[in-house]
Write a protein of this length. Structure first.
Length: 291
């Protein structure tokens, strides 16, 4: 993971004044072994167990970092390094789970030889933005929730295509990479690793050939890939509405059962039913293809 947290330049690249966004480097679409595609999500279960414990640790470290950032106007180096390493670990797992790469992610914070890398730059933080961070991130979290829910809704189609072709077609690759990168940027913002608000869900502008770093840097989405991202958003919205409807109907059914005909039922014999669905905005959970 490239970081550059030894020096703390102003936000931007090389003093240009342009806003620096956390970067994701993933190789261009390549052939994948079909047996690893077939068993991909099963093989990643140990990784999600590790991510769960890392998420717990990162939560408490983030709280300490929040108070430190309010006082110092930046994250201490040790906290930045730890949270950045956790984010890099999570991103490698997400890239594997979403079929962007075939190679199994290592159980290590530092993985310079792994094909998926992120770049973070430790920059000063606005104390007011740090104080209101948990409010400011809500709009981006809503977008991330919708686009990730939409991807999950049709990921089985992508899985079948990759299983048959032995690779992801370019539009599927680009649209999926856009979701992974947006999640990376959202998590980096929430963890105070960047002052830059998550953006560019629909990709970057073309750059000269000599400035191309990887298959996702810059991340170029053609018309088909952008249409897929829109489809993710629509499907995610439909999924959230459906979940809300199920929750509402479940609550109504409980109320009717519990109070109809004047019946009195002991609570231990008629427990409150568990709510279905759930909130997919959790950051750094490691419990799904996206955390």
């Amino acid at each position: 993971m490239a970081t550059g947290w030894g020096d703390r330049p102003a936000t931007g690249a090389a003093g240009s004044g342009a806003e620096w966004l956390p970067a994701l480097d993933v190789p261009a679409p390549e052939r994948q072994r079909r047996w690893t595609v077939l068993l991909r999500w099963l093989l990643l279960i140990p990784q999600y167990v590790v991510l769960f414990f890392l998420a717990v640790a990162a939560f408490f470290v983030m709280i300490v970092g929040w108070f430190a950032a309010l006082f110092m106007g930046r994250l201490p180096d040790g906290i930045f390094s730890f949270l950045g390493s956790v984010l890099a670990y999570e991103t490698r797992v997400n890239a594997s789970a979403t079929l962007l790469v075939d190679r199994y992610p290592p159980f290590a914070f530092s993985a310079p030889e792994y094909p998926v890398q992120i770049e973070l730059r430790a920059t000063p933080l606005n104390r007011l933005a740090v104080f209101f961070r948990l409010i400011l991130f809500i709009p981006a979290a809503i977008v991330a929730t919708l686009v990730r829910s939409g991807w999950v809704t049709i990921c089985w189609v992508f899985w079948l295509i990759a299983l048959i072709l032995g690779r992801l077609p370019d539009p599927l690759y680009a649209a999926t990479a856009a979701v992974v990168r947006y999640s990376l940027r959202l998590n980096a913002y929430v963890l105070l690793l960047t002052p830059a608000y998550p953006k560019r869900l629909f990709g970057d502008e073309p750059v000269p050939a000599e400035e191309v770093r990887s298959g996702t840097r810059p991340l170029l989405l053609d018309t088909a890939a952008k249409a897929l991202v829109v489809l993710f958003l629509v499907l995610g919205l439909v999924a959230q509405i459906a979940n809300s409807a199920v929750d509402y109907n479940s609550d109504d059914a409980y109320n009717i059962t519990d109070h109809s005909a004047g019946a009195v039922v002991p609570e231990d014999l008629c427990p409150v039913p568990q709510r279905q669905g759930g909130d997919d905005t959790a950051i750094m959970t490691g419990q799904k293809a996206f955390s």
